[in-house]
Design a protein around this ligand. Structure first.
Ligand code: ASP
Length: 299
């Protein structure tokens, strides 16, 4: 149902972004803050001028994909073969339109390719060579896969990641028309098998948006997140309890207890209230609403 059909009047926009759940990044906190600040600014530019939530989450996630400090786009973690394979998804909550791509290695901004899958509307998820062929067909520039691989991630693969750089990225937005959109993008898990697909490409698991309820973007152990269909379940808890922080907490407990994994999520409800929770030592979260005056980042 569109926001207009629901009779939603002009709404106050809100944007929440995350930079992954994991270990404390120590000295790199400042860089994580800076990256989230840039992503909030990009997404907020769209919402502040009355633009759509879908454009806002795409813009915010693109900024994080372009930042090599995060595990998305360039700078993502490597497979056992030393390659980058990216997963991303995006969803618009009025009509449950969604798009996703997985195991993509020749596209610098997989969230934009996922957006184009959504716009075309024929399929929901395209993977690997099929996703690359679609990118070529629509004229999205392909990149040399080597440009996505950073020296830092090569060293991390060799050492099996003793340090803790920033993680998966995601964003959820509510626009002036009452539409909610969510997006998630990742390189997955360090040293994954080539061909492994995680939750960030799975609608309902890593990403979900329903403008009558809210939107969610998840991070953490993708296999566990898929097992409990975390993003959609978080919205079910929101419907039952009505409180975004509580819903986020109960969903993360479910991830740990039933899914057997660790992680976190950000949630934005249809009223524009934000919530997040994580079971990991650290999760970088930032959000912006007009009443705040300036973006908030927690890390
Ligand atoms: N959820 C991502 C995956 O499993 C990884 C992460 O969020 O750290 O692909």
């Amino acid at each position: 149902m569109t926001a207009a059909a629901r009779g939603a009047g002009a709404r106050v926009p809100v944007l929440i972004v995350h930079g992954g759940a994991g270990a404390d990044p120590g000295d790199e906190r400042a860089g994580v803050r800076e990256g989230l600040g840039t992503a909030l600014a990009r997404g907020w530019q769209v919402l502040a001028r009355g633009g759509p939530a879908l454009d806002a989450v795409e813009a915010a996630v693109r900024a994080l994909e372009d930042d090599p400090r995060f595990n998305a786009g360039r700078g993502a973690v490597l497979t056992t073969a030393g390659t980058v394979e990216l997963d991303a998804s995006i969803m618009e909550g009025d009509r449950l339109r969604c798009g996703a791509v997985a195991a993509v290695s020749r596209v610098a901004n997989p969230v934009t390719l996922a957006r184009r899958v959504l716009e075309e509307g024929r399929h929901v998820l395209l993977v690997a060579e099929g996703a690359h062929a679609f990118a070529r067909e629509i004229g999205l520039p392909e990149c040399d896969p080597a440009t996505l691989v950073t020296a830092r991630q090569r060293e991390r693969l060799a050492r099996r990641g003793a340090d803790a750089p920033a993680g998966t990225v995601g964003a959820v937005a509510l626009d002036r028309h009452g539409t909610i959109a969510a997006a998630t993008s990742t390189g997955g898990t360090l040293g994954k098998r080539p061909g492994r697909v995680g939750d960030a490409a799975v609608i309902g698991a890593g990403t979900y948006a329903d403008s009558t309820l809210g939107g969610v973007s998840c991070t953490g152990e993708g296999e566990a997140i898929i097992r409990v269909v975390l993003a959609r379940r978080a919205l079910d808890y929101l419907r039952e309890a009505g409180d975004p922080t509580y819903a986020a907490r109960v969903a993360v407990d479910l991830l740990v207890e039933e899914g057997g994994g660790q992680g976190g999520l950000v949630l934005l409800d249809w009223r524009g209230r934000v919530g997040w929770a994580h079971s990991t030592p650290f999760m970088a979260v930032g959000w912006m609403a007009p009443a705040l005056g300036e973006p908030r980042v927690t890390c």
